[in-house]
Structure formats: C-alpha cells, structure tokens
Write a protein of this length. Structure first.
Ligand code: ADP
Ligand code: AMP
Length: 214
C-alpha cells in the first residue's frame, strides 16, 4: 500500500493520515512534519526550511526531494507508506517516480482530499497540534476535551507559526500555481481518486478506506 495523500493546505491530510496509519499499519511520511522537526533541532536544513515555511513558500525542490529519497529508502517503507504533502510540484512528482523505480516500488493510489478554498483559512487558523504526539485538533471542528491539552497524551497544544490568515493566503496561492497541476498529472497516470473533504472527519476516513479496500 503505497499511497499519496494530496489536497490543499488545511484539507485534512494529516488528520486522515493518522487514521489510515491505524487502519493499515504503514508509516506516515509528512514532509511538513520532517521540516518542522528540523526547525526544532536547529539544523542547517531547519534554518533553510523555516524561512520558506514562515513566508508560506515551498522549500526548494532539490532539498525536499533529497529528504524524501532518504526517508523512502528506509526499511519500514517496504511494507508501504502514506506520503502527505509530497509531491507539491511537477518536478517533485517526476523525482518521486524515479525514486520509486529505483526502489522497485510503485504507487497504489493517489487520494485527493477536496476542500473549497473558502474553508481552508478557517481550518488552518483554528488548527492546534500536540507538542508531544502531534495529534491534530481544531478549536471549532474537532476540539480537544480540555482546551489547550491533548486528549491522547495530556501534553500542551500549540499553534503553527504559519497558520495565520496572511501566510495561508500565500500557501493557497502556491498551491494553485505549483500543486494543483498534479491533479491532472495523476489523472493521466490513472492513479487519481478524489474524496469530498467537506464531510465530517470520520466520513472522510470511511470514504478513503473504502477506496483503498475497494
Ligand atoms: P493538512 O494536513 O491537509 O494541512 P490537517 O489534517 O492538519 O490538514 O487539518 C487542518 C485543520 O482542519 C485541523 O485543525 C483539523 O482538525 C481540521 N479538519 C481536518 N479534517 C476536517 C474536516 N473533515 N472537517 C472539519 N475540520 C477538519
Ligand atoms: P505542511 O505541513 O504540509 O502544511 O507543510 C508546511 C510547509 O512545509 C509548507 O508550507 C512548505 O513551506 C514546506 N513543505 C512541506 N512539504 C513540502 C514540499 N513537498 N515541497 C516544498 N515545501 C514543502
């Protein structure tokens, strides 16, 4: 099960990936999470990524492709993976094809979570994430039981620095210019399926699971 989860920023990729991990037991690989980890560690990669992320721009392709190539070569990816937030450009999609060919793997399906642009800013601005386990909440659509505290592990929740209205405008514009063309790219490859991401979280999950088991 080698899956790409696509969709605009705030569509619900991370939320759904966590559910698919429970269902299928394959690793969740999020380039956004990898960059945030590098920022936290203060590495060179982290410094470079932070400047791009704070501006709502993409981290350069060669850097992003490099970290994905390394990650997909790890043993745990042999049984499958859920890639979230990569590829985001046609160049990254072409590179992914080559990486998978080198590893003797191929994509099972590309799942696009479709949410209209009008809903995405509210989703991102209200997003809260657990500092420790990464569980994702929303102040209105998926609140934790106790405000500011993770239901899963009791740790503190935080708001991402790039989850502001201003940065989201830039991220949505980058999505339209650079990432939306991948819909046609994967349609042509015969791999593309879309699900309605405006539904409740558990309904989106059951639609995704139905596609993958169908
Ligand atoms: P992405 O990984 O695509 O950027 P997330 O999974 O982090 O998106 O979700 C963005 C925000 O929207 C989070 O606060 C999340 O709780 C909320 N969210 C996710 N799915 C839904 C949904 N189906 N309906 C309403 N809110 C949702
Ligand atoms: P995300 O967590 O997927 O919303 O990503 C957060 C930020 O990380 C993005 O706005 C980009 O700055 C950067 N990023 C994540 N994935 C990629 C990618 N595939 N290519 C370039 N930049 C990325």
């Amino acid at each position: 099960m080698h899956i790409l989860l696509m969709g605009p920023p705030g569509a619900g990729k991370g939320t759904q990936a966590a559910e698919l991990v429970k269902e299928f037991g394959v690793p969740h690989i999020s380039t956004g999470d990898m960059f945030r980890a590098a920022v936290k560690e203060g590495t060179e990669l982290g410094k470079q990524a932070k400047a791009c992320m704070d501006a709502g721009k993409l981290v350069p392709d060669e850097v992003t492709i490099g970290i994905v190539r390394e990650r997909l070569a790890k043993d745990d990816c042999k049984k499958g993976f859920i890639l979230d937030g990569f590829p985001r450009t046609v160049e990254q999609a072409d590179a992914l094809k080559g990486i998978l060919e080198d590893l003797g793997l191929s994509l099972t399906r590309v799942l696009n979570i479709n949410v209209p642009a009008a809903d995405l800013i509210e989703r991102a601005v209200g997003r809260r994430i657990c500092k420790k386990c990464g569980a994702t909440y929303h102040v209105k659509f998926n609140p934790s039981k106790t405000e500011g505290t993770c239901d899963e592990c009791g740790s503190e929740l935080f708001q991402r620095a790039d989850d502001t209205e201003e940065t989201m405008k830039s991220r949505l514009s980058v999505y339209e210019d650079s990432t939306r063309p991948l819909i046609e790219y994967y349609q042509k490859a015969g791999l593309y399926t879309e699900v309605d991401g405006r539904q409740a979280i558990d309904k989106v999950t059951s639609d995704l699971v139905a596609v993958l088991k169908g």
